[in-house]
Design a protein around this ligand. Structure first.
Ligand code: PEP
Ligand code: MG
Length: 841
């Protein structure tokens, strides 16, 4: 080949080979050639050349072959832009024909030469001439009789003799591989793996080291790390008298590489060759700056290196590998940070289904909170608690969850719901607790009365049956597949520390309970960005005073009930402040509609009637009267603060008293108080006046000073638009993109799960906007809010606390508009830290 012609170029240290023009394999081979490894002669065909071959324009194959010499046997392998995109399988032993079989017989023996020829005929017939595989795959005799049978079958089916001319053979191989790449199925497959529509294919034509013949011949692969754990460990396989990747096929009797109790190893059989391969692998690792799998062949004891590939790796192995390469100075810390896909971090934080485990999938839903959990099916929160009390792990199966299920969720190891999306109650709570959760499994039928679920393939399971949910993939599995533990090891901590050095946006956690706060600390969140206080009122000892408060007719009665709640709230906040040790804690005042706290069933109504000493009919009427047609847009959020101000008064007092209590014991606390669902300046002004008054009263009573910061949740479109007049009344604005998405789209966060997958599948929305922030629409409102808020109050702190705060793409948006921090579920904090670091690089 013409060294100046990049389309068909011999790979030398200086030939013009690049990944974008010739593919990753060609580029890697060139690197190996530069390292002076014993790579057999290789010619690379560029994407353009291969594209032209597919269109019928063949380069000068005779000239190409000339360079290899008269008796060379060749192989052709694909070289695409990314190994994950797949490609046609390699074809080996090109050039074998009657004459070469005879010539080779003298060198490697008749048996080996015949076997190679037969293999080529088989591969050519099936993959190149595309003849019926049945006629060729079942030839058992590897000797002359088998070869004769294959040649005869070829001639019968192809209606011409097997081509003897290497020029014809190679041309046809190249043509078939080029065409296979351009076929529609192959294109769709690789696009599904992330390849662009016009992804090109390069091909490499390489002289073969035969791997069969006299002396020690064979082939194998070697790598220096374990693909699952990332630990240093020489692994791989070697098979005498073999070619290609045969050593990797199970049941071949391949050798392990290092001394192995199970039998002989390459290290023992061929210590010199082994040492040489190992040295090459170390060299590749250092110079290619990655853990590589090396593909080698021995020919009469001589080592040839055919190829190198990045080692396949699990997420935990990827992390260990990147950290070790950086610690050894082979790559920089920045590069190590860039090499880890932030989402992959999620896998490390939770128990996972083991990669090789058998999966009997009985249903699918939205992967709402990652991790795998196995337990017996229970259908109510009470059963979940009973099950936990017996020490039996359980999966809480509900049509959807409501605040009443919270204690059942605490007791369960996982949650499965029929309805709901990424921001439904079960999903939000599940992520907060680190509890695996699959929601919106709409094709499974949930019969709560009969205590059964029926799967799409009509299998029925009952309470007590064991299932596993995979909140990482959204699958529901039968039984208990093998799982692996979370991996928060030293490499994880190191990587996170490097990410923190690099990133330039703060990361806080959404945490409601001491357990959440502890998780947030554990993952090095820089504070709590959202504490949803309503979850604190569902505890058994609180729900009754809460209901009494709701039923109170006068402000005095309301205050009396709230007085019972005050010490409990104070204890909640003191505990949070204590755990966070002076880090900022942003407490959102009560948000949900009050009737969520009222019973819905007959038994609950009766209990309440007893507690209140009222007739059931009375209670029922009052509960019904409080119902709203559209509670998410009804009496909730700051609207409660305006109409029933005693609730916020109580919460503010609890926060301030806790502030003083916690500051006495530890680091001084400056609490942040946040008002939900604001839509008008006046709301802020009025509530602020009352909170200031409470602060003054507490200072006065306790004879101690403290400060606090007041902020507004920007989660209605109007609050975004009017951020300029709201910001001067606050110290911070935090964008609640869950409600903001709901209100901007007019899309119910609790119901959209039912049709969201249809919308996404049909491409109406490119993503679920509750999952990935809609930067075009919702994002425009956020950007307006940021700009207007900053304009009227330059020092205002800006952040996001909707679920999007943990999504890498959404973090990019928040950083770009100039937010100070993002706040997300505690278990997403590490993902956010890494994603934020990558954005800063
Ligand atoms: C929001 O609306 O984005 C938010 C964080 O509040 P919640 O999810 O509690 O409504
Ligand atoms: Mg909200």
């Amino acid at each position: 080949p013409d060294p100046q012609n990049p389309d068909v170029t011999l790979i030398t240290p200086t030939s013009p080979v690049t990944t974008p023009t010739h593919g990753g394999r060609a580029k890697c081979l060139q690197r190996l050639v530069r390292l002076e490894l014993p790579v057999p002669r290789t010619v690379a065909l560029s994407f353009d050349a291969v594209h032209r071959i597919a269109a019928g324009e063949m380069p000068d194959i005779a000239a190409l072959l000339d360079g290899f010499g008269e008796t060379a046997i060749l192989c052709v392998r694909p070289s695409s832009g990314d190994p994950d995109w797949g490609g046609p399988s390699a074809i080996l032993n090109i050039g074998m024909n009657d004459a070469r079989r005879d010539a080779l017989a003298a060198r490697i023996g008749a048996e080996a030469a015949t076997a190679l020829y037969l293999r080529f005929v088989q591969a050519y017939a099936v993959h190149v001439a595309r003849l019926d595989p049945d006629s060729f795959d079942e030839i058992d005799d590897a000797g002359p009789a088998g070869l004769a049978e294959a040649l005869r079958a070829y001639e019968d089916e192809a209606e011409e003799p097997f081509p003897q001319d290497p020029v014809v053979q190679l041309s046809e191989v190249l043509r078939s591989m080029a065409r296979a790449w351009e076929g529609t199925t192959a294109r769709l497959l690789r696009q599904a793996r992330g390849a662009p529509a016009d992804a090109g294919l390069g091909l490499v034509v390489q002289e073969m080291a035969l791997g069969v013949g006299p002396g020690e011949c064979g082939s194998g692969v070697l790598q220096l790390v374990n693909s699952e754990t990332g630990q240093r460990q020489i692994t791989g396989r070697y098979l005498s008298q073999s070619q290609g990747r045969e050593a990797l096929q199970p049941g071949t009797g391949a050798l392990y590489l290092t001394r192995d109790p199970r039998g002989p190893s390459l290290e023992e059989a061929e210590p010199e060759a082994f040492a040489q391969i190992r040295t090459y692998a170390e060299l590749m690792r250092r110079k290619l700056r990655a853990e590589m799998q090396i593909e080698f062949t021995l020919e009469d004891g001589r080592v040839y290196i055919l190829d190198g590939m990045r080692v396949a790796r699990s997420s935990r192995a990827a992390l260990r590998i990147a950290v070790r390469l950086a610690e050894e100075g082979i790559i920089t810390r920045q590069e190590a940070v860039m090499r880890i896909e932030p989402r992959a971090i999620t896998e490390l934080l939770h128990r996972q289904i083991a990669p090789g485990a058998a999966r009997d999938v009985i249903g699918r839903g939205i992967a709402a909170s990652p991790g795998a959990a196995t337990g017996r099916i229970v259908f109510t929160a009470a059963e979940a608690q009973a099950s936990a009390a017996r020490g039996e792990p359980c999966i809480l199966v509900r049509r959807e969850t409501s605040p009443e299920d919270i204690r059942g969720m605490h007791a369960a190891v996982g949650v499965l719901t029929e309805r709901g999306g990424m921001t439904s109650h079960a999903a939000v709570i599940g992520r907060g607790l680190g509890l695996p959760c699959v929601v919106g499994a709409a094709r499974m039928r949930f019969h709560h009365k009969r205590q059964q679920i029926t799967t799409p393939d009509r299998r029925t399971f009952r309470a007590g049956d064991t299932i596993t949910i995979d909140g990482t993939s959204g699958e529901v599995l039968l039984g208990a597949p093998e799982t692996i533990e979370a991996a928060l090891d030293e490499s994880f901590q190191t990587m996170m520390a490097w990410a923190d050095e690099i990133r330039d946006i703060g990361i806080r956690a959404n945490a409601d309970t001491p357990a959440d706060a502890a998780t947030a600390r554990n993952f090095a969140a820089q504070g709590i960005g959202l504490c949803r206080t309503e979850h604190m009122f569902f505890e058994a000892d609180r729900i009754t005073p809460m209901r009494e408060m709701i039923f109170a007719d006068t402000a005095e009665d309301r205050q009396a009930a709230l007085a019972l709640l005050l010490p409990m709230q104070r204890a909640d906040f003191t505990e949070l402040f204590r755990i966070m040790e002076g880090l900022p804690v942003c407490i959102r005042l009560f948000d949900p509609p009050l009737h969520e706290f009222l019973p819905t069933d007959r038994a609950g109504l009766r209990d309440l009637a007893e507690a209140l000493d009222l007739p059931v009919s009375d209670v029922t009427r009052r509960v019904e009267a409080m119902g709203e047609y559209n509670p998410m847009l009804g009496l909730r959020g700051v609207r409660l603060g305006i109409t029933l101000p005693e609730i916020y008064d109580m919460q503010a007092r609890a926060i301030f008293e806790a502030t003083l209590d916690a500051s006495r014991e530890g680091a001084p606390v400056v609490p942040e108080i946040m008002l939900p669902l604001v839509s008008a300046r006046r709301e802020v002004e009025m509530v602020r006046n009352r909170i200031d008054a409470v602060a003054a009263a507490v200072r006065n009573e306790r004879k101690q000073g403290f400060t606090y910061r007041l902020g507004v949740m920007v989660e209605t479109p109007r609050a975004c638009l009017r951020a300029d007049e709201i910001a001067p009344y606050t110290q911070f604005l935090s964008f609640g993109t869950n409600d903001l998405t709901q209100m901007t789209y007019g899309l119910s966060r609790d119901d959209a799960g039912r049709f969201m997958s249809d919308y996404v599948q049909q491409g109406v929305f490119s993503e679920d906007p509750f999952h990935v922030l809609d930067t075009d629409g919702v994002g425009e409102l956020v950007a307006l809010g940021v700009e207007r808020g900053r304009h009227s109050h330059p020092g205002v702190t800006l952040s996001i606390c909707g679920e999007h705060g943990g999504n890498p793409e959404s973090i990019a948006f928040c950083r770009a508009v100039g937010m100070d921090y993002v706040s997300c579920s505690p278990f997403r904090v590490p993902v956010a830290r890494l994603a934020a670091a990558q954005l800063a690089l």
